[in-house]
Design a protein around this ligand. Structure first.
Ligand SMILES: C[S@@+](CC[C@H](N)C(=O)[O-])C[C@H]1O[C@@H](n2cnc3c(N)ncnc32)[C@H](O)[C@@H]1O
Length: 257
């Protein structure tokens, strides 16, 4: 699922957490364990926050958070949702620019469930700028597409219409609107060309068996946090979601939905 043009945002994005039970279960069971090492962080930059599904939790772990999204309705929704807080800055951008962010100012840059849909040029531009915007020992955590690694598969070589039909009749898995021009390897190379270094990459399946996505953690080259790259392939990411969902169901308060 993605927030395509015309998406009504009725659920504020909460609906995308359904495989994990809800956004709280997804945050505490899946996302937080993957970033807790880098938190708290003084200044967090969140790229593409949507209606603030993760902002709500990130706020607990920083003194200031900068939100950048290309959709004005998303930025407005975040302004409303977090109106009682004074430690957020809000920017609508063009999907590529971080000009509003000062150099050497970001301790942690985060993006989840958004850049999987962003074209390679957007990631190239963001990474180029993050080479300067991140503090010396700042850390980045990006969830991005790995769909490009399936370029050679039979269904990916078919015309789009034929592929859609195969998906509809259950003979091919949906690509969940991932961009086809990104892979874990390309992301790693883009980082290296821009003075950044990937230190972790977890290839994960997304709502199916295919390892469509990658979660990359990166730092500036020469940072005290630089370490040899660890790549792991996790085709059980959605099984993990299912276990988290079951636990959330068993332990949720009777007042929660
Ligand atoms: C599927 S929503 C997810 C929002 C949020 N990350 C969440 O998980 O609830 C995708 C969001 O990414 C934003 N977006 C997509 N491409 C972007 C880009 N290149 N730069 C900034 N925002 C982008 C959209 O405007 C939308 O708010």
């Amino acid at each position: 699922m993605s927030a395509e043009i015309g998406y009504d945002w009725k659920g504020g994005g909460e609906e995308w957490s359904e495989p994990w039970g809800n956004s709280s279960a997804q945050w505490f069971g899946s996302i937080f364990p993957r970033i807790q090492e880098w938190l708290p962080a003084n200044t967090i930059l969140e790229i593409a926050p949507g209606f603030g599904r993760w902002t709500h939790y990130l706020l607990e772990h920083c003194t200031h958070i900068v939100l950048v999204d290309l959709r004005p309705d998303c930025i407005d929704a975040c302004r409303q949702r977090f109106a009682a807080k004074s430690n957020l800055s809000y920017y609508k951008n063009d999907g590529r620019s971080l000009a509003m962010v000062a150099d050497d100012s970001i301790d942690f840059v985060f993006s989840f469930d958004s850049l999987v849909h962003a074209p390679r040029v957007a990631l190239e531009d963001y990474l180029t700028q993050l080479g300067r915007k991140l503090k010396r020992d700042g850390v980045g955590f990006f969830h991005h597409s790995n769909l490009g690694s399936y370029a050679g598969s039979m269904d990916r070589r078919l015309p789009k219409r034929a592929r859609k039909l195969l998906t509809k009749i259950g003979l091919s898995e949906s690509d969940h609107s991932r961009v086809p021009d990104m892979t874990a390897g390309i992301f790693r190379d883009l980082c290296a060309e821009r003075g950044l270094k990937c230190i972790r990459q977890e290839l994960v399946n997304w709502r199916g068996r295919r390892v469509l996505d990658c979660i990359s953690t990166f730092v500036r080259a020469g940072s005290k946090r630089e370490s040899p790259l660890r790549v792991s392939r996790n085709p059980d990411f959605m099984r993990e979601a299912e276990l988290i969902r079951r636990r959330a169901q068993n332990y949720h308060s009777i007042n929660e939905q």
